[in-house]
Design a protein around this ligand. Structure first.
Ligand SMILES: [Zn+2]
Length: 313
């Protein structure tokens, strides 16, 4: 049976951030203007999925933030992200480039790096800003009439001046699943564009008119030719690459023969815990790591942190 131990730490991008998004203020221009000019307000620039991060005196890492009066002002690309417990308001500015580095230790970072380093508050602010930026960048024109849309609601709506349509940020649900068989072996696959030896959980997008459970069963069948019986939700993770929500599952297979599709999945194998440990230590398998929920799903099944990969891969 599945070990199903509780995670030792929350998923870095899904941890409670302590930020109240305060959505009721997004349409209140007077409130937003006052919040923007308040001396305690903090602003950071997001550009191309990156922010500037810096080391902190206590050995941590934080987003480089400034008071609003020091920030470059661009009214149409100002995202209100929320307030913290002390009443500090946070904004992100979307710019074509990050500001020049303020000191030697400040550096640009995307979510894959910063998500592992930042505290839950900053990780939450960053993932919100990056998700809005990705959506804004890809939805500049009205999907009804083709007119160029304008930003509203402090970054959370795009309005069409042509037909009056309001467009809201899009989130695409995707399923990611750790499939186990009767012997509690895990099914891991290698995508066609991944390097030799890299294995992870199967995953795919939810299709129109489909429940997430149906999506899990369909994806495992399509990608690996394995039939799934029961499906159990584990956890979710915002995954703004560009705007997904990863829904993590444990799934129990009712067949064991593998037939990969060859289009998305090049190779798939059943691993016992011992198989996986030996393969990682021998440098034959590189398991998922980092901020991805895939790493967490594999770790939960494995029952403890995975061994360190051999350096040969
Ligand atoms: Zn329109």
């Amino acid at each position: 049976m599945s070990t199903h131990t509780e995670p030792e730490r929350p998923l870095s991008l899904a941890a409670p951030s302590g930020i109240d998004r305060a959505a009721h203020h997004r349409l209140d221009e007077a409130w937003l203007a006052a919040a923007w000019s308040h001396p305690t307000t903090r602003v950071f620039v997001v550009s191309g999925g990156q922010v500037l991060i810096d080391d902190t005196p206590d050995g941590g890492t934080a987003i480089v933030m400034t008071p609003a009066f020091e920030a470059p002002v661009t009214e149409t690309h100002r995202y209100f992200l929320g307030t913290d417990e002390d009443g500090v308001r946070y904004f992100a500015l979307q710019k074509d480039s990050l500001p020049g580095r303020m000191d030697q230790s400040a550096r640009p970072a995307g979510l894959r790096e910063a998500g592992l380093l930042l505290c839950p508050r900053d990780a939450g602010l960053m993932v919100h800003a990056v998700a809005l930026e990705n959506w804004q960048r890809m939805h500049r024109f009205c999907s009804r009439c083709g007119e160029r849309t304008v930003v509203a609601a402090a970054g959370h709506i795009r309005r069409c001046p042509g037909c009056g349509a309001e467009h809201y940020p899009r989130t695409d649900p995707a399923v990611i699943m750790l499939v186990t068989d009767e012997q509690d072996r895990a099914l891991l696959g290698r995508q066609v564009h991944w390097p030799e030896g890299r294995f992870s959980t199967l995953a795919g997008f939810v299709e129109p008119g489909e429940s997430i459970e149906q999506s899990v069963i369909r994806e495992v069948w399509e990608e690996a030719g394995v039939k799934v019986g029961t499906v159990e939700y584990v956890a979710s993770q915002p995954w703004p690459f560009p705007y997904s929500l990863m829904l993590g599952f444990n799934a129990r297979a009712v067949s064991s023969e593998i037939t990969v599709d060859g289009e998305e999945i090049q190779e798939a194998r059943w691993f016992s815990r011992e198989d996986l440990r030996a393969a990682i230590e021998a440098g034959e398998v590189l398991p998922p790591s980092g901020i991805s929920i895939a790493a967490r799903l594999v770790e939960l099944w494995y029952g403890q942190p995975l061994p360190k990969p051999a350096t040969t891969l």
